[in-house]
Design a protein around this ligand. Sequence first.
Ligand code: FE2
Ligand code: FE2
Length: 299
Amino acid sequence: MEACAAPGIMVALNNEHRQLASLLDALSQQSDQLLPGREPDHGLMQDIVRYMADFPDEYHHPREELLFERLVRRDPGSVEIIRVLEAGHAEIYRRSRELLDELERIVSRGTQADGRRLKYLCDRYIGFYREHINTEEGRLFPRATEKLRQNDWAAINAGSVGVDDPLFGARVRREYRRLSQYLAIRTEKIAEDIAVAELFGVEALVESLVVAGSAMGEIQGIVGHRLRFTIRECRAIASEGSVVFEPWRLRHLPLSLAGSLRANAQAGAREVAEVLARSRDAVVEPVAIRLRYLRGLMG
Ligand SMILES: [Fe+2]
Ligand SMILES: [Fe+2]
C-alpha cells in the first residue's frame, strides 16, 4: 500500500506547535524582564507555564506518542529519534512543573522572587521546548508523512481523545482570559511591526532601486541619442561649410556648429530633468502614501 498525503492530524499538530511557539515567545519576553532594573509580570508567566504544564501533556503529547508507536513499526530506523522525543516529553513534563512550582511560590505564596534562578529555569525550559518542536517538525514529521499509510493515520485518529483547548479553543476558560487578551494584543503589535517594516523598509527600498535603475537606463539612452544626433548634425553642417568637425574644440568651431551643439545639449538636459522629476515622484509618492496610511493607523 502507498503512503498517503499527510492527514488532518499533522495539520493540527503543526498548528498546536505554532500556538506553543507563541507562548514560548511570550515567556521569553517576560524572561527578558527578569534582568536587573526591569519589571516582570509573574502572574502572566504563571498563566503561560500553567497552560504549558497541563494542556500539551494532556492532549498534544499523547497524540504524538500514538504517531511514534505507528512509525517505529513502519520505519524501525526512526527508533533512535523517537526515543529522544519520548524522553523529551518526560523532561518537558518535569521542567514545566518545576518552573510552575517556582512561579506559584512567588505569585500565590508571596515568596521573594529569585530573579536569576527564575530566569535560568525559564531560559532552559524555553530552549529545550523549542529544540523539541524543531526536531519533530524537521526530522520526525516529514518521516511520518512519508512512511505512514492510510490505516496508520486511521488508527492514530481513532486513538486520539478530543479535549477542549482552554486557551486557544472556541471558549476560553476564565483562568486564561487575561493570557488570551495579552496574546491577542501581542499578535496585533507584531503584525503592526511587520506592517511598519514593510511600509518603511524593504518595499520602499526595492521600489526606489527599481525606479533609480530604470531612470538611469533612460538617462543613458537620452545622452546616447543626443550625442549621436549632435554628431550627425554637426557633420552635415561641417560638410556644407568645408570645415573639419572636432567637437572637443568648441571654442574654435564656427557659430553654426557651436549653436547646434548648444541646442542639443539643452534639449538633452531638459529630457534628463523630466526623467529625474518623474522618478522622484515615483519614489516619493509611494512613501508619502505609506506615511498617510501609518498616520491613519496611529489615529
Ligand atoms: Fe512532542
Ligand atoms: Fe510536538
